[in-house]
Design a protein around this ligand. Structure first.
Ligand code: GDP
Ligand code: MN
Length: 361
């Protein structure tokens, strides 16, 4: 081989190596995480989805919330987002939201039958009741769209085709704040520990939004004993005299099992409530509905308080007071609206855990 041919061969080899290197670089697995949770991110990525129900006009709320959510958690895991809306999302909204994450994002419209007054509800009576609630200062009592939203979040979100195939969802709202690094995968945690429902804040509901919800629920439990878990957590919600103490998990944050809501037991409960018309004659929220079902259906081991997830939804916080957890947080645990572990409802939750541990000695 002449000298110049040898040079040419080496040059070709070098170019080939460079091209191979560039191809590998472009196609490499994206870096999902750093630090402690690296193994879990690669090997234990659970079947989870971040779910956001919102309106086109809430883009600013997403510009506030999503960068925090990505920075604190999702840039390590790249969980997909599903956005749902009762109206189509605009092109502008979709383009702007895609700028806020590297994850896969899907946008869905809610079918009409999941966002309308069902036939068995008297529309005129519902309107009259809304006017009365508005007059009486019931929170969101005069808003039909709010009632649709509560009914959708109670009975239908988990049926949307964009959620098909997912096992867990993490409900996130625009305008929320995320104050602590989440250095592990809460979805994988749920799966590994057989958890069905995870929350941050538990507090009292406004009685005037749910005058007949508890009696209806008790009636349901009498008629459908098969739905009530013998090892239930009704202690959270039921007072000694059998009345509702108004405790409920604040459902604007939820990390939970989709299959629980898709179960025949929940369908029975939701249909029973729906037939009573209380989503429209009163202003039943998805938070007490989810909470009452979780209380009759789940045992304490299937529930989880995400103490470590710093979260703010106006006006309340979940900010961990535990110094070990505070290290990764930017929030003040002494704030008077921090309900992390000092609300009476949370004490009821703790009591149930304590009784369980005692029973396991
Ligand atoms: P609050 O948390 O009870 O004060 O109620 P929000 O106004 O925050 O509503 C709860 C969630 O439902 C939020 O994620 C909202 O973006 C969403 N939402 C409320 N009303 C509507 C509506 O009419 N249409 C759509 N698409 N989303 C709604
Ligand atoms: Mn909200």
């Amino acid at each position: 081989m002449t000298y110049s041919r040898r040079v040419l061969t080496y040059a070709a080899l070098a170019v080939a190596l460079l091209v191979a290197f560039l191809v590998l670089l472009v196609n490499r697995e994206p870096t999902r995480c750093y630090g402690n949770s690296r193994r879990e991110a690669f090997s234990g990525r659970a079947n989870g989805v971040i779910l956001i129900l919102c309106r086109n006009k809430e883009l600013d709320g997403l510009r506030k919330t999503m960068p925090q959510f990505e920075f604190r958690f999702n840039h390590r895991y790249h969980y997909p987002y599903v956005f749902l809306n009762d109206e189509p999302f605009t092109e502008h909204f979709q383009t702007e939201v895609r700028k806020l994450t590297n994850s896969v994002v899907s946008f869905g419209t809610i079918p009409k039958e999941h966002w309308s007054i069902p036939d068995f509800v008297d529309k005129n009576l519902a309107e009259e009741k809304r006017n009365n609630m508005k007059r009486d200062g019931v929170m969101y009592g005069g808003s039909l769209s709010y009632q649709h939203m509560c009914r959708f979040n109670s009975g239908f979100f988990f049926l949307h085709p964009l959620l098909d195939g997912f096992e867990y969802y993490w409900r996130v709202e625009p305008y929320t704040d995320w104050m602590c690094d989440i250095e592990y995968d809460p979805f994988a945690f749920m799966k590994r520990n057989k958890k069905k429902y995870g929350f941050t804040v538990v507090l009292y509901e406004n009685q005037d939004t749910i005058p007949t919800l508890w009696d209806t629920t008790k009636q349901f439990m009498r008629e459908h004993k098969e739905v009530v878990n013998p090892d239930n957590t009704l202690h959270l919600v039921e007072s000694a005299d059998g009345s509702y103490n108004l405790c409920h998990y604040w459902s604007n944050f939820e990390i939970a099992s989709l299959d629980m809501w898709r179960s025949p037991e929940y369908k029975k409960y939701f249909d029973y409530l729906d037939r009573k018309g209380g989503f429209f004659y009163e202003r039943w929220g998805d938070a007490p509905v989810h909470s009452l079902f979780a209380s009759m259906y789940l045992s304490i081991d299937e529930l989880h308080h995400f103490e470590d997830i710093g979260y703010f939804h106006s006006p309340y916080y979940n900010c961990p007071a535990n110094p070990a957890l505070q290290l990764r947080c930017e929030c003040d645990p002494t704030h008077k609206l921090n309900f992390a572990s000092n609300h009476k409802c949370f004490q009821k939750f703790r009591e149930m855990q304590y009784v369980k541990y005692k029973g396991q000695e």
